[in-house]
Design a binder for this molecule. Structure first.
Ligand SMILES: NC(=O)c1ccc[n+]([C@@H]2O[C@H](COP(=O)([O-])OP(=O)(O)OC[C@H]3O[C@@H](n4cnc5c(N)ncnc54)[C@H](OP(=O)(O)O)[C@@H]3O)[C@@H](O)[C@H]2O)c1
Length: 327
């Protein structure tokens, strides 16, 4: 038997509880992992509370990412005792997830934990840090360097945004942070932002082309914000788009793309090929000092996850929430 968070749905709605299940309840997979840490992402909070239909089949163990140690393996790629990491692939949505002491998954979805990152540090970075790194690597693949000019990060106090500010600054970029949280300016400066703008400057309908301000951008907001960001990128620049905090729409014109050669780079972390995942985690392990990862995260136990999920959706949580599934 193992302990986990389980979401059920009936005519009265969602019911989430801590429960014990036999190993046979796990989904199919060729690697059994003793999970050590998972996290609470925005998506997990939606799954736990039922505020959006993230879960595709019930009952479901939520948790879109985890780190842990291989307990049993039918794959040549992993052996008992290996430290591993998983983000995405529908885990916690349609395949039993990481908010659990055990997970059975497909070996193709796992990557080895980089040497210099511990299981708790890996989850302090989590899907947010990994997605931020995918965005930055996409900008660099598109020719952006620290010499190109300033890089804008929208939703800067969020999970992806905070990591994007921190990582870009560690990589030598001049970072402009866009935020709606005026009380978090010190936090953003501490992360490495050299300039902070109010997100209201970007969130209303704008013009097809605006003053060229930034060489590149990491956007987790979408909608008018993304349209205005594209309209304000310098000639030949690029925008990595990964989120929809303002909305899924994109009320933009093609002007920045056809008149300024701006590139809009779509970033998906969930089904990302393994080579890209390994590259992103390798880069994270190289540039993020261990102390930085720990200072960003609060560690809670499995029991506290339900209450914290509500707080996260209400915007009452700052930084990353790591879940110690054995606590
Ligand atoms: N593509 C992928 O694979 C992938 C992976 C991870 C996350 N995501 C997506 O990326 C987005 C951000 O994720 P996250 O984990 O960083 O979420 P988060 O921690 O909730 O951060 C989102 C941030 O966006 C800003 N924001 C919130 N509502 C807004 C609004 N109505 N208008 C403008 N700004 C708003 C806030 O920052 P300020 O207060 O600083 O303005 C907030 O902290 C989400 O949409 C998520 O689904 C996608």
């Amino acid at each position: 038997m193992f302990k986990c968070l389980l979401v059920n749905k009936d005519e009265d709605g969602y019911r989430t509880s801590i429960t014990e299940l036999p190993e046979e309840s796990l989904s199919q997979g060729n690697v059994l992992v003793n999970v050590l840490y998972s996290t609470l992402n925005y998506k997990d909070a939606l799954a736990i509370t039922g505020k959006a239909p993230v879960i595709r089949s019930f009952p479901m163990i939520p948790g879109i990412d985890f780190s842990g140690i291989v307990e049993h393996s039918e794959s040549d790629e992993f052996k008992v005792g290996d430290k591993v990491l998983l983000n995405g692939f529908g885990v916690g949505e349609k395949h039993m997830g990481g908010l659990s002491q055990k997970a059975k998954v497909n070996s193709d979805w796992l990557i080895p934990l980089p040497e210099s990152i511990s299981p708790v540090q890996a989850m302090s970075i989590g899907t947010a840090g990994y997605t931020a790194m995918l965005c930055i690597l996409a900008l660099e693949k598109n020719g952006i360097t620290p010499a190109s000019g300033k890089i804008l990060v929208t939703g800067a106090t969020g999970g992806v945004g905070s990591f994007a500010v921190k990582l870009l600054s560690l990589m030598g970029y001049s970072v402009v942070a866009s935020t709606g949280s005026s009380e978090q300016h010190d936090y953003l400066t501490d992360l490495g932002a050299i300039e902070i703008i109010d997100r209201a400057e970007l969130s209303a309908p704008g013009k097809p082309l605006m003053k060229e301000k930034w060489a590149g951008a990491v956007d987790s907001i979408g909608s008018h914000t993304l349209a205005n960001v594209c309209a304000s990128i310098q000639y030949g620049g690029a925008v990595a788009a990964c989120g929809l905090a303002q909305g899924m729409d994109l009320p933009a014109s093609v002007a920045p793309f056809i008149l300024r050669g701006v590139s809009l780079l779509g970033i998906d972390s969930v089904m990302r090929p393994r080579a890209d995942r390994v590259a992103a985690w390798k880069k994270l392990s190289e540039i993020l000092p261990a102390t930085e990862m720990e200072s960003i995260a609060t560690v809670i136990g499995l029991e506290a996850s339900i209450e914290v999920a509500e707080k996260l959706l209400n915007g009452d949580v700052t930084g990353r929430v790591v879940v110690d599934v054995n606590k």
